[in-house]
Design a binder for this molecule. Structure first.
Ligand code: ATP
Ligand code: LTN
Length: 333
């Protein structure tokens, strides 16, 4: 298929901690599935976004490479997709400024992630945390993306990216493609194993709340066995009244490929002990190849460096084109 007929997919992940089962089920697994011949995928390690929370510089530098290794281990194929680190393509920071000047304080004030993160980091409510969605809109719009696979927590950010693109196009003439979100039906919001009313997060101070993709099998089993369920004893999918059990069932379907009905039938008559153990076993088996591949890739530093520099070069070629167009439209070039 001719390059220009392909649909463009773009997504990003922050290198800001140990990626979790939430990242895997809600995003990374779909990133791999979207790599078909009729699509061109750009996947980026969003290290500029990670700076909105205080980071140790050496850790941040190391994690960029580790996250690229993880994406490769999850099945992102550098022959099919462009895999790159956001800060290696300077157009992201440049487009961010132009888009900031076309975004309203009012619309940014409505972002729930800003409210949540500023409550969590009350000592560091920086301007970057506030304009975070504009940088993300720039990531998406630079590549003229059609489809953006993300977890449910990013829905509002996709909507603002669309609003910014539409506003810009109306003001300056056709410049950006209007992107669509791609959010999975189940697993778009994996909840904390300790508090099923909260999303599973890699920045959760309680490590029992999340399963890291790289956790040892024995640790994964222990975390699931400690998972909070509900006060009654039957197994049913009812996120409102049985959030803990429903969360485990969603994870189970994502790893086994069963439908929700099939999964519920499978556990008919069984207790929470069996549910937790079987979910843990499915997760351990599903993550095993990813974990093995990750270790192998990480030990080959030269290969990783090459992937990152090739990715940055390919991404820059498209980013440069869009930024040039934007600069011309607004009168900067
Ligand atoms: P933090 O948890 O520290 O706020 P994060 O994991 O939400 O960070 P990213 O690493 O940038 O932030 O997320 C990468 C992708 O993973 C995004 O598409 C996001 O929607 C998805 N994701 C993150 N957590 C979950 C979750 N609990 N369930 C489903 N998808 C998730
Ligand atoms: N903000 C996203 C990560 C991210 C992203 C993107 C996702 C950065 N740039 C572009 C999709 C498209 C998050 O999940 N926290």
């Amino acid at each position: 298929m001719a390059e220009q007929e392909k649909k463009t997919v773009l997504s990003g992940i922050q290198p800001s901690g140990s990626p979790t089962l939430g990242n895997y089920v809600g995003a990374l697994k779909n990133w791999k599935l979207l790599q078909t011949d009729d699509r061109l995928c750009y996947y980026c390690v969003a290290n500029l976004h990670a700076l909105t929370v205080r980071q140790d510089p050496a850790d941040l530098r190391r994690r960029a490479g580790e996250t690229v290794a993880l994406l490769l281990a999850c099945g992102i194929d550098p022959e099919k997709s462009v895999l790159f680190v956001q800060s290696h393509v300077h157009e992201h920071a440049e487009l961010n400024w132009v888009l900031c000047c076309n975004t309203y304080m009012g619309e940014l004030s409505r972002m729930t992630q800003f409210k949540d993160k500023s409550a969590k980091h009350a000592d560091n409510i920086n301007a970057g945390l506030f304009t975070y969605p504009v940088l993300m809109a720039g990531d998406i719009l630079l590549y003229q993306s059609d489809l953006v696979p993300v977890g449910a927590d990013q829905k509002q950010h996709i909507e603002i990216a669309r609003d910014i693109a539409i506003r810009f196009n109306n003001a300056y003439g056709e410049t950006f493609k209007i992107p669509e979100g791609f959010i999975p039906q189940f697993g778009a919001r994996v909840m904390s194993l300790q508090d099923p009313s909260m999303k599973m997060s890699k920045s959760d101070p309680n490590p029992n709340g999340f399963v890291a993709i790289m956790d040892d099998p024995s640790v994964i089993m222990k975390k699931f066995k400690r998972a909070v369920t509900d006060s009654d004893t039957f197994i049913a999918f009812d996120p409102e009244n049985k959030p803990g059990v429903s969360n485990l069932l969603s994870i189970y379907t994502s790893f086994t490929g069963l439908t929700m009905d099939e999964a519920v039938k499978h556990f008919d008559g069984l207790g929470y002990g069996s549910l937790k153990a079987e979910v843990a076993e499915a997760v351990i088996a599903g993550l095993e190849p990813v974990q093995n591949e990750y270790k192998k890739i990480l030990s080959d530093k030269a290969y990783l460096e090459k992937i990152m520099s090739d990715g940055a070069e390919k991404a820059s070629a498209q980013a440069r084109k869009t930024l040039r167009k934007v600069y011309r439209k607004v009168g900067l070039a």
